[in-house]
Design a binder for this molecule. Structure first.
Ligand code: HEM
Length: 482
């Protein structure tokens, strides 16, 4: 009897599955391999969210490229886990230029932390803020005094590491980057507050990552009753209180700003906007936290990759040193904007490392109107995942696409088409600030020391960002000035 019920049921399911597959054929891009009938790729989310692990993400990207640059990834009928994955640069650009909207599978966690900050806001709030913030970022990116001071301090702190074997540079890099970001935003800030920020940001990242990893906690009800949610609430309160406190301590009185002809920190500029009724006090707090979150781990991780690559290629390092010497000679003066424009080779090295190791490996978009890709048309309201890592290593870069070749950026081409800072209108607003900061840090570091590393030992892992898991230690030798 049981047999008579079960067998027809199974046959019906198989029939329905094959019919559905046939109906979708031609309309949808190829399905990412490993889909189970009906539930699709949901199994990837179980067992510690294997989906998130770097080997799995690499496989998704390879599969996407092998199948023509677009694949379909789905989990049953759950639209939050169903999307087009794209790795073809021109298709990705079409999607990114079509829409400013993102999709977040765990939206309420992201919103709890950043509310309607620039990185999470949707139109029309986003558009208005982006227009206001872009000129402010242009101005603060040109503020190099803070970066010079911190880069000089970093070079001093590295002195005890000389001839002392391989070491992990992460703590020194974290302190330097946090110091630069906080002082660019707030001006004067105490070391104690800097440490509290560092801890709060790190823990918030861990909580977001932990929720991504444990599929059960994606469920709002399960998450609401979990310790992780309590920890998230606690950290959000701490971070906001900290930002409020520092705002009060270091912010210029909003009613006195007009006494100063040119405000210098990001916060001063914000207060002008708040004063004009554009941002509320809470908006400022959320926005500032978004900038810290957006700039901190991205720059720390990128610098780790850059040091490993420079330390592995002695000839490249010598060329950078020659450039430093040609531009600054023996002078210990601060690096200015004009100097930075002359650092053509250093720029090429940084961009080449960022191409190979983008801290942000994928970005999301939700289409607002239909988009014609090379082979498919995407309907409005479709979730898309754009694979930055795969775009940066696409075959259009040439047969040597996986090789580290800074020269590919020399020779007059000013094309800037790596996807590391995102694509379209929602690309990174902090790009210039990040590039200036990383260049100045490297100039101070490389004029004092030779870096030694071995990129062949580099093992990657995917947390919220692409992170070196091992093989990222460096050693230093004192440079003898010739
Ligand atoms: C190496 C360093 C950096 C990398 C690789 C990087 C990467 C990115 C990427 C890929 C995006 C696009 C995200 C998306 O489309 O969903 C983005 C957006 C953003 N980044 Fe960065 N970023 C860096 C540094 C910074 C810095 C220093 C700041 C600020 C201080 C910053 C603030 C932001 C903000 C606010 C957005 C959202 C922009 C918007 O939605 O309009 N980033 N970043």
């Amino acid at each position: 009897m049981i047999f008579l019920i079960i067998v027809p049921c199974i046959l019906c399911c198989v029939y329905a599955w094959r019919r559905r597959k046939k109906n979708l054929e031609g309309k949808l891009p190829p399905i990412y391999s490993g889909a189970w009938p009906f539930v699709g790729h949901i199994h990837l989310w179980f067992r510690g969210c294997k989906y998130l692990f770097w080997p799995r993400l690499l496989d998704m990207q390879r599969d996407c490229l092998d199948q023509g640059g677009v694949t379909y990834i789905y989990s049953g009928t759950n639209s939050a886990y169903t999307y087009y994955a794209l790795a073809d640069p021109s298709d990705c650009a079409k999607v990114a230029n079509n829409c400013n909207k993102k999709f977040f599978p765990l939206e309420e966690t992201i919103k709890a932390i950043f509310e309607d900050g620039l990185a999470t806001a949707a139109d029309p709030v986003w558009e208005k803020r982006r227009n206001l913030l872009e000129p402010m970022f242009d101005q603060i990116s040109a503020r190099l005094d803070v970066v010079n001071q911190h880069a000089k301090k970093l070079a001093g702190e590295l002195a005890p590491k000389v001839q002392n074997g391989f070491f992990d540079p992460i703590k020194i890099l974290q302190n330097t980057i946090m110091g630069i970001l906080l002082r660019t935003i707030y001006g004067a800030i105490e070391d104690k507050e800097q440490d509290s920020y560092k801890i709060a940001l790190q823990e918030i990242s861990d909580v977001v990552y932990e929720r991504h990893r444990s599929f059960l906690k994606h469920n709002k009800l399960v998450f609401r009753w979990s310790n992780l949610k309590r920890r998230q609430d606690e950290l959000v309160r701490t971070l906001k209180a900290l930002t409020n406190e520092v705002n009060m301590d270091s912010g210029m009185d909003p009613y006195l700003w007009f006494l100063f002809s040119e405000p210098i920190t990001l916060l001063d500029r914000f207060l002008r906007l708040e004063n004009k009724g554009v941002y509320s006090e809470q908006n400022v707090v959320d926005e500032v936290n978004g900038f810290l979150f957006g700039g901190y781990n991205t720059m720390v991780n990128s610098l780790q990759f850059i040091l490993v690559m420079i330390g592995s290629y002695a000839a490249v390092q010598e060329c950078i040193y020659t450039e430093i010497y040609n531009i600054l000679s023996d002078s210990i003066r601060e690096v200015n904007t004009e100097d930075l424009n002359n650092f053509i080779y250093l720029h090429a090295v940084i961009i080449e490392v960022l191409r190979l190791y983008p801290a942000v490996t994928k970005v999301s978009r939700k289409t607002q109107s239909s988009v014609d890709l090379k082979k498919y048309t995407i309907d409005p309201g479709t979730n898309c995942l754009l694979f930055i890592y795969a775009m940066n290593r696409h075959k259009s870069w040439g047969a040597d696409r996986d090789e580290f070749k800074p020269e590919r950026w020399l020779g007059g081409s000013t094309d800037f088409n790596i996807a590391t800072f995102g694509l379209g209108r929602r690309s990174c607003i902090g790009m210039q600030l990040a590039l200036n900061t990383m260049k100045i840090i490297l100039i101070y570091l490389l004029r004092e020391y030779k870096v030694i590393a071995d990129h062949t030992k580099l093992v990657l892992k995917q947390e919220l960002m692409l992170t070196p898991e091992s093989g990222y230690y460096i050693a230093l030798e004192k440079r003898q000035r010739s």
